[in-house]
Design a protein around this ligand. Sequence first.
Ligand SMILES: [Zn+2]
Length: 163
Amino acid sequence: MVKICEYCFNIFNHDVKTCPMRSCGGWSLIGVDDMMAEVLMHYWMAGYQTIFSCAGHLYENLFNPYIGFGFHHEGPEGPLNIEYCRETLSRLHDYLVKFNKDHRVIIEKPKQYNNRDMFEVKAIETIKAIEHKDYSVRSVRLGVQGQFIGFLYDALEDLPIDD
Ligand SMILES: [Zn+2]
């Protein structure tokens, strides 16, 4: 687990409550999976929010890499412009679906629930592998994880910027 400052996008690998960068002082730090930190930051900087994410754990029973792109209808500073956020999310969804023509990941349809809009991107091997592969084998998990995270990095290349 690392922490990312929501304001200056610096990554800290120790437990901090507020941003230690002198010029920032941001109070909102988000804990994320080490493996996801850098790629998440690129999406955030391009204007896309994420709600949750996990790179999948190599030694736990459950192995399920996923990322949820989306937004809460109510932010810390009050209600958001939902229509605008929805358009942004839908643009990202369409782009990722197009980028995923070789089916490297599973991209679910956008949905609304619990006062948020979101869609999930999941590793494609998770379902198959639980049935047909020995998931205690770390190298299998690393391969699945690599394909999932690799897709997210590759998709950054032509990512439409939301400003
Ligand atoms: Zn900061």
